[in-house]
Write a protein that binds this ligand. Structure first.
Ligand SMILES: [Zn+2]
Length: 173
């Protein structure tokens, strides 16, 4: 048996949810952004940094896979440095930790759950942004969009959820 630290594969799951409110100045929402792509939409995420729910869940999936604490421990939301900050940096730091631990991306599978907007033709740009941050090929990244069937907060357009599963592969020596 390889030692736990030398496992050939490691898997991580990440989850995030943000409340959606009318975009400022009408409400407290920030511009609606997912995987670094801005959508023209009347509501947007409330929260720390830029509220990029997908990047936050992706960060947690990478950290989880290598047995690190979650994004909130790494980047406390009390730290003014990250207020309204682009969330790219969270993914980059997690990806760097992943490589330091001896792993690279096998593949990531992402499910975005929100009633609207539809991912539509923005999906490809989202995939390319993720692949660039993870230093992998776009074919290693998949994004699926779902509604919440108009029930509960997500279905009523008051929140967005993202799940990410990431499989890491140990570097070839
Ligand atoms: Zn978040």
């Amino acid at each position: 048996m390889p030692s736990p630290i030398d496992l050939p594969f490691r898997i991580g799951h990440g989850y995030d949810l943000h409340r959606l409110e009318p975009v400022a100045p009408a409400g407290a929402g920030r511009p609606f952004i997912l995987a670094g792509v801005e959508f023209d939409h009347p509501t947007g995420p409330v929260g720390h940094s830029d509220g990029d729910t997908l990047y936050h869940a992706l960060t947690d999936a990478l950290l989880g896979a290598i047995g690190e604490q979650d994004i909130g421990r790494l980047f406390p939301d009390t730290d003014p440095q990250f207020d309204a900050a682009p969330s790219d940096v969270f993914v980059e730091v997690a990806a760097h930790k992943m490589r330091q631990a001896g792993y690279e991306i096998g593949n990531v599978d992402i499910t975005v759950i929100c009633q609207r907007p539809k991912l539509g033709d923005k999906r490809e740009r989202m995939i390319q942004n993720i692949a660039r941050l993870l230093q992998c090929d776009g074919s290693q990244v998949n994004i699926k969009g779902k509604t919440h069937e108009e029930v509960d907060a997500v279905g009523e357009g008051r929140a967005i959820e993202v799940h990410v599963v990431a499989l890491l592969v140990r570097h070839e020596e």
